[in-house]
Design a binder for this molecule. Structure first.
Ligand code: UD1
Length: 430
């Protein structure tokens, strides 16, 4: 079993480079096979979700090569529109292959997505969008979704809920439909804009990304491109909160400060000092944190992907804070783990009532999902004593070299692979 062992209790200080945005990269990788020409994607984060999607694309027949943070992808050799690579089922973002394959080939069959178990996470809005474009969509055997169309036609689509995934998926399919598509109540996250810019760099005609109405004029075909992924706002926010929780001083570099506004606003409210630069933000802890209220909302609201990290901070703030989770219904699973470290949090429906404690104590905890796992790391660095975190594969899905990056900030962290150690030991003994 792989674990992180963290000896906490000292401020994290220094600067850390932020990697490319995982959620933007996933949309782009799927979109990259919508042309037969070569696409080059730079600043690709080296995280498990990205690597699994690269393997899935390669499994379809695309040629894929990767060197450091640059991937070269060519979809000319695609032989099948059925994505049944074993990783696809485990990863939520594999749903993007539905939109890209349907748009390019008029046919897609993809295993229903998994990902972090933070709620029901249906994909009805994605499917509603594909149907509006003229596709026949069905749930078929073994948990596969199939979408087919002789031709896609532009349509007026209203999303009943703001959905990042549905917005990107419909944007991709509609890029190669005949005529004009309008997506109303579209998501506005920075990675929506980034994927739209990427598709436009391939010859798509998408306008309005970043607002709640996106207009897409379908084009005949897309062409090759070279594009650089934006920095990951959630990775950046995670290190910023680590500075606050450990009373440290961290500068996150290679970021777009505008994308971090909700995060910096909350850090100011709880009493941290913030210094903004062109492509960096410095967070300085100023002693005991103050309580506050937070509600997660679609961008530009406070991101649900920063909610567990916020709980770790507020768990150390004086007074009583509340956190309202308005996006996912099952995103407080980390509360029991944090309680083992001494946190005092009660959950009532979608609200967590957080009574601040003086300090956390090291404990053995399990990462219940990606962001909660990162939040537990922050708690571990803030805690007195030793924290052992299990199930770190969740964290590795979305954080590049997370142990090295925390270590470079002075964090005392060790990676343990107990099974590997036992295997090595038994080889030595035999
Ligand atoms: C994406 C992000 C995830 C982030 C989330 C919200 C990726 C790969 N993942 O997830 O990190 O936490 O946005 O910012 O980019 N919904 C429906 N029907 C649908 C689709 C969504 O009811 O067809 C609901 C969801 O259950 C949820 C809400 O809409 O309550 C928002 O979900 P959505 O924005 O689609 O999240 P994801 O794309 O899954």
């Amino acid at each position: 079993m792989e674990q992180y062992i963290i000896r906490g209790g000292k401020p994290l200080t220094g600067s850390v480079n932020i990697s490319g945005a995982k959620n933007a990269a996933l949309g782009m990788l799927a979109a990259s096979i919508m042309t037969d020409e070569e696409v080059i994607i730079d600043n690709l984060p080296d995280v498990n979700d990205v690597n699994v999607l690269l393997e899935a694309i390669s499994g379809l027949g695309a040629s894929v090569s990767r060197k450091d943070h640059t991937a070269r992808i060519c979809g000319a050799g695609i032989k099948t529109t059925t994505a049944d690579h074993e990783g696809v089922r485990r990863m939520r973002a594999s749903y993007y292959l539905l939109g890209s394959l349907l748009g390019k080939y008029g046919s897609a069959k993809v295993a229903l997505p998994g990902g972090c178990a933070i709620g029901a996470r249906p994909i009805d809005l994605h499917l509603k969008g594909f149907r509006a474009l003229g596709a026949e969509v069905a749930l078929v055997e073994n948990g596969f979704v199939s979408a087919k169309a002789d031709c896609l036609y532009g349509a007026h689509i209203y999303l009943d809920k703001v959905s990042v995934g549905a917005t990107i998926n419909i944007m991709m399919a509609a890029s190669l439909a005949k005529g004009k598509t309008i997506i109303e109540n579209a998501a506005k996250e920075p990675h929506i804009v980034d994927v739209a810019n990427f598709l436009n760099s391939m010859g798509a005609h998408i306008r309005g990304a970043g607002t709640d109405v996106i207009r897409i004029e379908g084009v005949e075909k897309l062409h090759g491109s070279e594009y650089m992924v934006i920095p990951d706002q959630i990775e950046a926010g995670t290190y910023m909160f680590a500075a606050a929780a450990t009373n440290g001083d961290i500068t996150v570099r290679n970021v777009i400060p505008k994308h971090l506004e909700a995060t910096t606003a909350k850090l100011l409210e709880v009493g941290c000092e913030i210094h903004e630069f062109d492509d960096a933000v410095r967070v300085v802890g100023m002693g005991r944190l103050r309580h506050t209220q937070v509600t997660t909302l679609p961008y530009p609201g406070f991101p649900t992907d920063m909610q567990p990290q916020m709980a770790v901070l507020l768990g150390l703030a004086e007074g009583v804070s509340t956190i309202t989770e308005s996006i996912f219904e099952n995103r407080f699973k980390y509360v029991d783990e944090l309680a083992r470290m001494g946190a005092d949090i009660k959950v009532e429906g979608s609200i967590a009532i957080v009574s601040g404690v003086d300090h956390y104590m090291g404990a053995e905890v399990c990462a219940p999902d990606l962001r909660a796992g990162a939040a537990l790391m922050i708690a571990g660095f803030a805690a007195e004593g030793v924290t052992t975190i299990d199930d770190i594969h969740y964290i590795q899905r979305g954080y590049e070299q997370v142990a090295d990056k925390f270590a470079s900030l002075g964090g005392d962290i060790e990676f343990m692979d107990t099974e590997h150690d036992i295997r090595t030991l038994s080889k030595k003994v035999s």
